[in-house]
Design a protein around this ligand. Structure first.
Ligand SMILES: [Zn+2]
Length: 145
């Protein structure tokens, strides 16, 4: 199966995540229902997205820690047009794509669903959940219950 938009049974498929050596632990986490962030064992810096080295000190001695998955919307944009794999994503537009400040002290990017995009607000409390897209699990956010 191609990573990009192979149609199966008339359905356009979403691209699968591009998994690298240093992001593999993250994607194993999403399959296990965990949002994982990297913590540097040298300086304790926490970071997302997964990187090969600490963005603060350059150490490659990194560990995975499980995020609580809860946070607040820092900013967001409402996506109304799709430019890639439009058939796979057109059912989802419009949707809110947000910067989320996790309670763990790391900012991540994610889609906010289970509410109208117009109802997403800066400061809104959200929680992560996971969706199996066949071959990988991705994370999204929804209003905290
Ligand atoms: Zn470091």
């Amino acid at each position: 199966m191609s990573r990009f938009g192979v149609k199966e049974g008339g359905e356009a498929r979403k691209p699968l995540p591009y998994i690298t050596n240093y992001s593999q632990g993250f994607w194993e986490g999403t399959k296990a229902g965990e949002l994982r962030i990297q913590k540097c064992n040298a300086c304790s810096h926490k970071q997302w997205i997964p990187k090969a080295a600490c963005e603060e000190c350059g150490s490659i001695d990194l560990s995975w820690i499980k995020s609580g998955g809860k946070g607040k919307v820092y900013s967001y944009s409402i996506i109304r047009h799709v430019v890639m794999n439009s058939m796979a994503f057109e059912k989802e537009i419009p949707y809110a794509l947000a910067l989320i400040d996790l309670d763990d002290g790391v900012r991540v990017v994610g889609q906010v669903v289970e509410c109208k995009p117009e109802d997403v607000k800066i400061g809104m409390e959200v929680e992560a959940f996971f969706e199996d897209i066949g071959g990988a699990s991705i994370f999204k956010f929804r209003p905290r219950r």
